[in-house]
Design a protein around this ligand. Structure first.
Ligand SMILES: Nc1nc2c(c(=O)[nH]1)N[C@H]1C(S)=C(S)[C@@H](COP(=O)(O)OP(=O)(O)OC[C@H]3O[C@@H](n4cnc5c(=O)[nH]c(N)nc54)[C@H](O)[C@@H]3O)O[C@H]1N2
Ligand SMILES: Nc1nc2c(c(=O)[nH]1)N[C@H]1C(S)=C(S)[C@@H](COP(=O)(O)OP(=O)(O)OC[C@H]3O[C@@H](n4cnc5c(=O)[nH]c(N)nc54)[C@H](O)[C@@H]3O)O[C@H]1N2
Ligand code: SF4
Ligand SMILES: [Mo]
Length: 750
């Protein structure tokens, strides 16, 4: 784009053409948004975007509908005698103080916790400032969907590379053989793998090589692949141990240039010796010969990579599976090399990549504390999110009395969310920062509304660490805030942080805390924050972004590299800048004390006997797995009319043989029962699923009284997480096992 074209862009709040990066998922699509008469008239992919080149999905196209949703909360709400009342921001913050201060005074800050949800990872403001709330409020233990998502990956990366967010990402643009395990990018658009038009890239791999999908479901991704290997849920670690066994047994291990940086090869060889393919064929459902061939194929292809995602994390052996994906990539020489798994180089660094205090050198000292009720052990500072309900509901010393939720809907999204639904009314105080009055926020005493995405600037943060190119792209807001008094979310978080440390929320010196945070961020780069602050007239996330860009790998380091990147320079490039594909980063990227990769961490080896015991378990009658849909986003976006068109998506997929055995057909309502509970759901019979497995989407179960979601409530679906037993976990990480849940299915009697 030329400068003249840039000038054709409309300013904030003006009619005309805006360029804006979609904040909804990891694909980070550059959008072209037309505003006419103050309303979004069209949204399409921006072909000139240096990253996404015009890609868009149906969700991005509805950001205008999200903005205009009449149900969206626009003014703060406080609950008075059970009724919601709209109030000023000042009054809302005063109410937060009235509610929270007495709890802290009476029970201490240990009685306060927060739940910070998934959208914060994509938010300009929250992504950069959640660390303030979690790090400076004094709240000792917080909860997040991290422990129903990527905790096993955080754990294996912490143990292997000495960095809990140091994730290897498959270099899909340049690989010739891609093995996808437990991911469905056709729906999710990539996860811990940020790629523009991920399915287009996968189609291109097929043209030059091969794509294999290992999944109990023949997903849209599997249907587009060269081969679908239907696997028994929860057995991927066994499969990968057998692949590793074959690599050793057939002398196919080739570490390449990585050899001097690897520690633990012999230990790994000894462990895999007991795992020949024949031992795992029955339990995985994959032929021993096919497993051997897989190992040979990987070893024999110069550019090949295994990619594992949520189906490998959210399962009983999530840590072993997450670790072994990396092991196989390393053993076959497809690690830190072009076309293999590589470590992205983020143009702007993220505070999340800082080591966890007390665990800096990768020492596997977990269980530093245990939860009060269940005795669950801490891992990397968190405990299973399913503990939250019991910590609120169980009286006694240390009981949780106050909860702050930020961008989360745990009543639908977390295991046994129905128990949380019952527990939340027991709180003395609940404050929610959200956009809707939904299944979780209906229990709050105060709701502090977030701005709509189009009212905020955007530049990703954490997600850049998963991106296959090093990119930067700043978007100005499309609209001015509808409410001129409205604080941005980072200010809300700072006020709540101050409140937790004893200052009334309305009196918190936002600028002082913001300066302190900036100084800390600068300090981590060996710079003097007070000095640097002289460069700026304003604080907030733009100042943090400028710091992280300028001290990042392509930055100007405040004048040291005059040609380097600054936020101002980036703002002059509305199509973003793209510094190209991933580059080798070992050993520089390693945070281990000896700068080596720990190939066989003892903490993980200790879990192998649990997997061995699994081999002898009698097969379950049926097991339940989860699925996503392109037009959903976990539990939200169900209130966006255009995304809800088409047939009911909240169905139970079941193989024809299993359906016939139970006398049920498509459309019949069945009762699904697990150790956690029972739900009624319509069945959808399909051969696109392995016999013995059934699949449900999560994030449904709307229609609760007191919610304001007119579209979602008209097609509520049911909450599959009623079936997720809170104690069904991946033990080393404490991550919820939301896949592979034993269930029974019978025709519904209600
Ligand atoms: N059975 C099953 N359950 C699962 C999963 C599964 O695969 N199977 N997946 C799990 C995973 S991976 C995740 S990440 C979790 C997700 O769980 P959560 O992180 O709790 O996410 P959501 O349920 O989507 O709720 C997001 C909330 O954020 C609000 N929101 C959206 N944008 C913003 C914003 O900019 N600011 C603020 N303040 N609020 C915003 C929405 O209104 C909504 O209330 O679900 C988990 N649950
Ligand atoms: N449209 C849309 N996009 C999203 C989201 C969304 O809700 N909707 N959510 C976002 C979030 S929070 C996340 S974390 C990512 C997740 O992104 P992905 O990891 O791609 O998640 P899914 O699409 O749920 O695909 C998981 C697959 O794992 C399979 N699976 C289940 N159990 C097993 C098992 O034991 N072994 C194997 N091999 N496979 C198994 C399931 O059948 C499913 O096909 O998506 C993100 N993107
Ligand atoms: S794939 Fe869809 S939701 Fe994801 S960034 Fe692109 S437009 Fe947004
Ligand atoms: Mo997630």
């Amino acid at each position: 784009m030329t400068l003249a074209q840039t000038n054709l862009l409309a300013g904030v709040g003006e009619d005309g053409r805006h360029l804006y990066t979609c904040p909804l998922c990891e694909a980070m699509c550059g959008l072209e948004i037309h505003v006419d008469g103050g309303r979004v008239s069209s949204i399409r992919g921006n072909r000139d975007d240096t990253w996404s080149r015009g890609h868009i999905c149906p969700k991005g196209a509805t950001l205008g509908a999200v903005h205009e949703d009449p149900d969206r909360i626009r003014r703060p709400l406080i609950k008075v005698d059970g009724q919601w009342r709209e109030v000023s921001w000042d009054a809302a913050f005063r109410r937060c103080t009235e509610l929270l201060a007495p709890v802290i005074e009476r029970y201490g800050i240990g009685a306060v916790t927060c739940y910070t949800g998934n959208p914060l990872a994509h938010s300009f403001s929250l992504g950069r400032y959640t660390g303030v709330l979690l790090g400076m409020s004094g709240i000792p233990l917080s909860y997040s969907p991290g422990t129903v998502d990527q905790w096993p990956k955080n754990l294996s990366s912490h143990l292997m590379y000495g960095g809990w967010w140091t994730f290897p990402v498959p270099d899909i643009e340049r690989t010739d053989l891609l093995i996808v395990m437990g991911a469905n990018p056709a729906a999710s658009q990539g996860s811990l793998l940020a790629a523009p038009d991920v399915m287009g890239i996968i189609d291109a791999i097929r043209k030059r090589g091969r794509v294999i999908v290992v999944d109990p479901v023949r997903t849209a991704t599997a249907a587009r692949a060269d081969e679908w290997l239907p696997i028994t849920p929860g057995t991927d670690a066994a499969l990968l141990l057998a692949v590793s066994h074959t690599l050793f047994a057939e002398d196919l291990v080739d570490l390449g240039a990585l050899a001097p940086h690897i520690d633990g090869l012999d230990r790994l060889r000894a462990v895999t010796a007991d795992w020949p393919p024949e031992r795992v064929a029955d339990v995985t459902g994959i032929d021993a010969e096919r497993i051997r061939a897989l190992a040979r194929e990987l070893a024999g292809t110069q550019r090949a990579v295994v990619y594992g995602r949520i189906g490998l994390c959210n399962q009983e052996f999530g840590s072993l599976a997450s670790w072994l994906v990396d092991v196989v990539n390393i053993l076959t020489g497809h690690f830190d090399t072009v076309g293999g798994a590589m470590f992205p180089l983020a143009a702007a660094w993220s505070v999340t990549v800082q080591p966890i205090p007390g665990l800096e050198d990768g020492a596997p000292e977990f269980g530093r504390f245990r939860t009060r009720v269940r005795g669950a052990k801490e891992v990397l500072g968190q405990v299973p999110v399913s503990c939250l309900a019991e910590e609120i509901a169980t009286p006694g010393e240390g009981q949780i009395k106050a909860l702050i939720t930020v961008a989360g809907n745990p009543v639908l999204s977390t295991p046994a969310g129905h128990l949380l639904d019952e527990a939340l009314p027991k709180l003395d105080a609940m404050i929610a920062v959200d956009l809707w009055l939904n299944e979780t926020t209906r229990h709050a005493d105060v709701i502090l509304p977030a701005p709509s995405p189009l009212e905020q600037p955007h530049h990703d943060d954490l997600i850049l660490n998963f991106a296959i190119n090093s990119i930067a792209n700043y978007s100005a807001p499309v609209f001015e805030p509808e409410d001129p008094d409205r604080p941005q979310e980072w200010e809300i978080l700072i006020r709540l942080t101050g409140l937790c440390t004893g200052t009334p929320a309305e009196d918190v010196d936002v600028a002082a805390i913001d300066d302190g945070f900036f100084d800390y961020m600068a300090f981590t780069q060996g710079l003097d924050g007070a000095e640097l602050r002289k460069h700026y007239t304003r604080g907030g996330p733009e100042r943090i972004l400028d710091l992280t860009l300028r001290t990042g790998p392509f930055g100007d380091r405040y004048g040291e590299h005059p040609d380097g990147l600054t936020l101002d320079k980036l703002k002059a490039q509305p199509n973003g800048v793209n510094f190209g594909p991933m580059v080798p980063r070992i050993p520089e990227v390693l945070g281990t004390a000896d700068k080596k990769i720990r190939l066989a961490p003892q903490y993980l080896l200790d879990d192998v006997p649990r997997l061995a015991a699994r081999l002898n378990r009698a097969p379950d009658e049926l097991v339940l797995v989860s699925r996503r849909h392109l037009r959903s986003n976990n539990s939200w976006l169900h209130n966006v009319g255009p995304l809800m068109k088409g047939r009911d998506r909240c169905t139970l997929l079941m193989h024809p043989d299993d359906a016939a055995r139970r006398g049920v057909a498509t459309g019949d309502v069945v009762a699904v029962a697990s150790a956690g509970g029972c739900i009624d759901v319509p069945v959808e019979v399909t051969d696109a699923i392995k016999p013995g497995v059934v699949s449900m989407p999560h994030g449904w179960g709307h229609g609760k009284p007191g919610t304001r979601l007119s579209v979602a409530n008209a097609s509520p679906g049911v909450n599959t997480n009623v079936l997720s037993p809170p104690t069904f976990l991946d033990e080393p990480s404490g991550n919820g096992a939301l896949n592979g849940i034993p269930v029974t299915v019978s025709p519904s009697t209600t």
